[in-house]
Design a protein around this ligand. Sequence first.
Ligand code: NAP
Length: 260
Amino acid sequence: MSAAMRILLLGGTSEATTLARLVAEDTRFEPVLSLAGRTSAPAAAPVATRIGGFGGMDGLAHFLARERIAAVVDATHPFAARMSANAAAACGMAGVPLLALTRPSWQHRPDDNWIEVADMAGAAAALGTTPARVFLTIGRQELSVFAAAPQHHYVVRSIEPAKGLLASATLIRARGPFAVEDEVALMRREAIDVVVSKNAGGRATEAKIIAARKLGLPVVMVRRPDRPDVPMVETAEAALAWLIARHRSASAPPPLGGVG
Ligand code: NAP
């Protein structure tokens, strides 16, 4: 039997956790899950886990060589653009096969009222000058961008505490998945005028988009950043199939012939 294949899963998403579960029981693989360390209580995964940055592209390339990684699945969030760019560059440099596991974007429907913008600064600008009650569901990292639009009251929902980042804010700490009826109730209770969201895709946080549609509220939707041009799948099961194919080709005997 061939040796287990060492694989690196770049995580921070539910897809990465699902893939970790799929490979955990599969003796063909020896996985390492990598997390950035942004959340204090990440979802438990049944595989070896390392936490923290690699030290840029060079640090990741060294990690791949040192740990004898034979394949990488980039299952980071669609907005984790720097990590994805580093993964593409480091894998290219080290000659390690790379697959992106990325959930599909949410698609605009005729009964949606979306204002699509390129980035968070564009989202803050799109809120306009008239004071509004804004449901901000963008995580913590880019909240300070909205300090430039202090005329609005922000209802901020995040996994980690967001205290002190915005002057006029109601803070809600919660982790998805969320139900549509709860999102409708929250938006009504907080008298929300507009929702700001990244186009993250996925089921766990889609309820706010459906709730806004039901209530006829506008959604300022931040488009996904550009990602490197690497092979991509949308589900953990498809990523597992790719890994199995990599394992198969790595353990195939060399072709016959060539030696006289
Ligand atoms: P980012 O801007 O693309 O990455 C910034 C730096 O964080 C990277 O250069 C890398 O540091 C480190 N990093 C990111 N993901 C890592 C991982 N899985 N393992 C080890 N180091 C990692 O990423 P981000 O937007 O801050 O996201 C950080 C993490 O949160 C990611 O794992 C992502 O999947 C998750 N997440 C992000 C969002 C979002 O909206 N951005 C939402 C949900 C979850 P070095 O350069 O030192 O290697």
